[in-house]
Ligand binder design. Structure first.
Ligand code: LLP
Length: 418
């Protein structure tokens, strides 16, 4: 069921009309459906029902709001974190440290220590030197850190270049052909329990073939490592499953993904970790916005909305498509450009898009904005930091305040010599 639906001629999120949220909280504002998050979390888990010993570590970067994390913790999800800040959020939300995976190509030693302090379940090593550092830091404390080595399988994930991570020229992982030698050197270090390998080849993948190819390479690596005498007990298969953003998008379902995983990994005899992000969060949220002006254009009119590239960066960064739907449909179709108020041509959400006619003051939403939305917001052009609302049935709550431009200004100082 779509938890954003039209009822009595206007758009609702679950049991709350979006117009009510706009009236009470103002716009722009992200609105999340708690039950969409739950449904997606359950569907992903159900897709892996046949996979033995699967552990779910939600990729916090997709939507790190602490209320969202609390909700997913209640669904039995752990977390994939990539910074000390994300680690703090996972713990604050009540996710057990044991269920936290620490990824990231540039973890500082201070962050490794924070992971050790918390007692997290798994460090994903990105380079040999990081493994040596982690081993030393853990050994100094008389501890052993559990880790896996992230490998780069050199496959083309077939997604946008900026969210592709598994080509050999990308910064992520160690070259898979160098992994056995590196593994041998690291596995002997006191303080480190190197128990397996990790992989993540990219995001918003529609095709399972590149994932399957990468997983098969990992399967071969596991066999090679075992033949060399290593005890391999866990493999982290990353995230990356794509979602529908526009009509005609045909992502593979969690069930199809799970069937592929089951087929490829059945004989591996390991604990499998998964790091889904977008598939859980994207279609659980919208960005609610108000039309400021409709400006006549030379080719098409410009619908200028009060959300901008600083609130939702994906169109400007990746030419991403987000459906634009009115809160109260007019039923009249027009072709228009949709842009925000920021002083950059790139602050354009859509060009020559066929949309429902909207007028000054109307409310509308950008769909599929629950993942990589609010979390990538900035205050560019000295705009406020966009707030977030969580709807759960007929209740809703502001789960992140709007941080006013004045509050941000108040954190700046002019030195006394000026
Ligand atoms: N694991 C690792 C190591 C990752 O780097 C990522 C995403 C994930 C898991 C989760 O991937 P997902 O299931 O969400 O595809 N800002 C971009 C997406 C960046 C993804 C970065 N890594 C966007 O808005 O499309």
């Amino acid at each position: 069921m779509d938890h954003f639906h039209y009822r009595d001629g206007e758009l609702w999120c679950e049991g709350v009309p979006l117009a009510r949220i706009a009236a009470e909280v103002g716009t722009p504002v992200y609105v999340y459906s708690a039950n969409a998050f739950r449904d997606h979390a359950r569907a992903f888990r159900a897709g892996l029902a046949d996979v033995r010993d699967a552990h779910l570590a939600y990729a916090i970067k997709a939507n790190p709001n602490v209320a969202v994390l609390r909700l997913l913790a209640a669904e039995g999800y752990g977390a994939d974190v990539v910074s000390g800040g994300e680690l703090a959020r996972a713990l604050a939300a009540g996710m057990p440290a044991e269920s936290v995976v620490f990824s990231g190509v540039g973890k500082t030693e201070a962050e490794l220590v924070r992971g050790l302090d918390a007692g997290i379940g798994q460090f994903n090593l990105e380079l040999e030197e990081e493994g040596e550092a982690l081993a030393r830091l853990a050994a100094e404390r008389g501890e052993t850190a559990r880790a896996v080595l992230r490998v780069n399988p050199d496959v083309d994930a077939g997604t946008h270049a900026k969210i592709s991570t598994g080509r050999k020229e990308n910064k992520f992982g160690v070259p898979i052909d160098q992994a056995p030698a590196m593994f041998a050197r690291l596995a002997g270090l006191p303080g480190l329990a190197l128990e397996g390998v990790a992989i993540h080849i990219g995001s918003q993948l529609f095709d399972l073939a590149p994932l399957e190819a990468a997983y098969r390479r990992v399967g071969e690596l596991v066999a090679t490592l075992r033949a060399a005498g290593h005890r391999i007990t866990r493999v982290d298969l990353g995230g990356g499953l794509g979602v529908r953003y526009k009509e005609g998008d045909a992502p593979r379902s969690p069930a199809e993904y799970g069937a592929m995983v089951d087929r490829v990994t059945r004989a591996w005899d390991v604990t499998l970790m998964f790091e889904p992000g977008r598939v859980i969060a994207a279609n659980a949220g919208v960005l609610l916005t108000r039309v400021i002006w409709v400006k006549p254009g030379v080719v098409n009119p410009y619908v200028i909305v009060d959300a901008a590239m600083n609130d939702l960066a994906r169109p400007a960064l990746y030419d991403a498509w987000h459906d634009f739907d009115p809160v109260v449909p007019s039923g009249e179709r027009v072709t228009a450009n949709i842009a925000g108020p920021v002083c950059e041509t790139g602050d354009t959400f859509a060009m020559a898009r066929e949309i429902d006619r909207v007028a000054k003051g109307d409310l509308a939403v950008f769909r599929s904005a629950g993942a990589y939305g609010a979390t990538m917001a900035s205050t560019y052009n000295s705009r406020a930091l966009v707030p977030e609302v969580l709807v759960d049935g007929e209740r809703f709550a502001v789960v992140a305040d709007r941080i006013a431009a004045e509050t941000i200004l108040a954190a700046e100082r002019v030195p006394e010599w000026l």
